[in-house]
Every structure is written in structure tokens, then in C-alpha cells.
Ligand binder design. Structure first.
Ligand code: PLP
Length: 352
């Protein structure tokens, strides 16, 4: 059984929208897309033309970066778009289900709910320890997608690659294992993309929004078997990637060293902050993090959040999520920003 048998029959049979840019590439006279023949301003050359739906240069660069083939890359408006498209390709409303390991990233549930797809849960032990046995036990004949987030947002925990490999093998023919690696650069560990060579039921989400500092450009991708990528391209928006964003992404992706030094600084700050936070009287637990944030259990999370806000420091209140009650998520910023957080926490204690 191939992963294609898990996809919705109507998507397998669908002829996706055929845009003018797909039907014919480049010629001296382009009169097939009802575009303006003039750019909107002298400095905005070529913006009168629709962009390539899947820009060849961007796909080539991402394939090189992630060590896959270009036909294994879908590039979209952030990895959020790929999550949505996976739901639409693989899950029939009211019938199929997806499986998540909460507390985890909220978009899996949002995309499932929009598609009319029920979400089953295999919660993390003690709110932050991944439990592969519980996950497998929750898979049934309705499961189409299993979302793993590694490092996990909002807890920061990393799932070791051998465990992901074993799960992929167990799920072969039963479900597509989607590994969201939005923060993998901060973990310093190998990507699940290396499993793609042996398993067609693995898909990996990557993004330029975090380590690459490009959240504003909205570029992310799915890496998967060519057949899965082809299905996503059938249901994607006609022109998902604005050409200025593609150019900016290519320019930023040219400087790997700059990305690596940002990541090194943030990892060092994460370690400094984890130690400093653990020493504060209102802190009960700092969860181990392989990402660019720390999930921290405090006394009276709502009050700490308000006091920090009053000091001009905004953090994420995740205390209402099951398993991480009482926790706040602190993003790791510059050394100065992190010091501001520590100073605000110190004065919160005084005010108590
Ligand atoms: C930030 C984040 C993403 C998404 O990002 P895009 O900006 O849409 O690429 C995906 N997954 C997780 C777990 C995230 O935290």
C-alpha cells in the first residue's frame, strides 16, 4: 500500500486549476494572463506579471538546503499553508481523523476543524514527555495524518529521530506521519528528512519564519514523497508566493553563516535563561527546551503575565492548555530583552 491510497479519491482525480503561468512560461509577447503590460512604477519591474506558482529557483535552493530533490518540495505561504493543504488532501470531512500529541501547536486543530475533521489526542506524559506507545495505541482505521512537532511548541521537547523512524515504519500504509520541524535548527540535531529515502509516509514541515528570521515574508515548505507534493500542488492557491517574497527568501537563504550565528546566540541565551529562571522563587519548573523559547511553570501564571505586561514585556500565556497548567512560554530574545524579562520577574517578586 502506498501513501497515495490514504489521499482523498476526489483529490487524486482532480485536475487542479491550470493557471496561465503554468500553461506557458516565457515569451517576448505575453498576452495570456490579462496582466498589465506596464509595471506599476519604474522601480517595480516585473511586478505586473503573475509569479511562478512554484518558483523553480526557490525550490532548487530549498532542495539543496534540506538535501532532497526539487520534486519533494512544496513551497507555500509559511508552513501553516502546508498544514492546511495536507488536511484538504488527506482527510474527508466527517469521516477521517488526525492525531496530535498535546499540548502542541494550535494550527493542526484549527486546520482540521475548518475541514470538518475530528482530532484525536495522545497527550504528552506530565505535559511534556512524548509517549510513542500512547500515540500508536490511538491510531485506528480513521486516522489519516499524525502530527508530531519536534522540537514541540509550546513545551520545547525534542523527539529523538530513532523514535520518529520507528513510528514511521509502524504507520506505513496506515497514516502519513507529519513531522513539524519549525524549530529544528535550534536543536542541533538531524532532520527527519533523512527518513524520506525509505518511507513514503513521512512528511516534514520546515519554515523560514524562525531560524531564518523571515516570518514577515511568509515562506515555508513541506518535504515529502513526490506523489504527495504533486497532490498538494493540485489544491494550492493559483499563485501562493508573491515574487518580492521569493526574491527576499533567496537573498536571505544565500547567507547560511548569518543564520547559524543567530541560532548560536539564541541557543547560548536559552541556556543562560534556563539557569537564571530556575533560580527565581516563583519558578517551579523550566521544561527542557531544544527550541528558541522556554516553557516555564510559575506560581500564579495569570498574575505573572499581567505584571510582565505592566513592565512592557509580553510573553505567551499557555497556562490554560491541558498538561502545562501554570506555564508561560518565554521566547528567547536578545541578551538585553532577556535581561529585561529577568528584571521584570525580579520586581514582580518584590510586588508580591
Ligand atoms: C511558527 C510555527 C510554524 C509556522 O510557521 P510559518 O510561519 O507558517 O511557516 C509551524 N509550526 C510550528 C510548530 C510553529 O511554531
Amino acid at each position: 500500500m502506498s501513501v497515495m491510497d490514504l489521499a482523498r479519491a476526489e483529490i487524486r482525480a482532480l485536475n487542479g486549476y491550470s493557471s496561465a503561468r503554468m500553461e506557458a512560461g516565457q515569451a517576448a509577447v505575453m498576452l495570456n494572463a490579462n496582466e498589465s503590460p506596464w509595471p506599476p512604477a519604474a522601480t517595480l519591474v516585473e511586478l505586473n506579471r503573475y509569479p511562478e506558482p512554484q518558483p523553480a529557483r526557490l525550490l532548487a535552493r530549498l532542495a539543496e538546503l534540506y538535501d532532497v530533490e526539487a520534486n519533494q518540495v512544496f513551497a507555500g505561504r509559511g508552513s501553516d499553508e502546508a498544514i492546511d493543504l495536507l488536511l484538504r488532501v488527506f482527510c474527508r470531512p466527517g469521516r477521517d481523523t488526525v492525531l496530535i500529541a498535546p499540548p502542541t501547536f494550535g494550527m493542526y486543530r484549527v486546520a482540521a476543524t475548518i475541514q470538518g475533521v475530528a482530532v484525536r489526542e495522545a497527550p504528552l506524559r506530565r505535559g511534556h514527555e512524548f509517549d510513542p506507545q500512547a500515540l500508536l495505541a490511538a491510531v485506528d482505521q480513521h486516522t489519516r495524518l499524525v502530527f508530531l512537532c519536534s522540537p514541540n511548541n509550546p513545551t520545547g521537547g525534542l523527539i529523538p529521530l530513532p523514535i520518529i523512524a520507528r513510528l514511521a515504519a509502524e504507520l506505513q500504509g496506515r497514516a502519513l506521519l507529519v513531522v513539524d520541524e519549525a524549530y529544528i535548527e535550534f536543536a542541533g540535531s538531524a532532520s527527519a528528512t533523512r527518513l524520506l529515502a525509505e518511507q513514503d509516509n513521512v512528511a516534514v514541515l520546515r519554515t523560514l519564519s524562525k531560524a531564518w528570521a523571515l516570518a514577515g515574508a511568509r515562506v515555508g515548505c513541506l518535504l515529502a514523497a513526490p506523489a504527495v507534493i504533486a497532490l498538494l500542488r493540485r489544491v494550492m492557491a493559483p499563485y501562493p508566493l508573491p515574487s518580492p517574497c521569493v526574491e527576499i527568501a533567496l537573498a536571505v537563504l544565500a547567507d547560511v553563516t548569518a543564520m547559524e550565528s543567530r541560532v548560536a546566540l539564541l541557543v547560548a541565551e536559552r541556556q543562560r535563561m534556563a539557569a537564571a529562571l530556575a533560580g527565581l522563587p516563583m519558578v517551579r519548573e523550566v521544561l527542557p527546551s531544544a527550541a528558541n523559547f522556554l516553557c516555564v511553570r510559575v506560581d500564579d501564571a495569570a498574575r505573572v503575565w499581567r505584571e510582565l505586561a505592566a513592565h512592557g514585556v509580553i510573553v505567551r500565556d499557555v497556562s490554560r492548555q491541558s498538561g502545562i497548567e501554570g506555564c508561560l512560554r518565554f521566547g528567547v530574545g536578545t541578551a538585553m530583552e532577556n535581561d529585561a524579562l529577568l528584571a521584570a520577574l525580579a520586581s514582580t517578586r518584590v510586588a508580591a
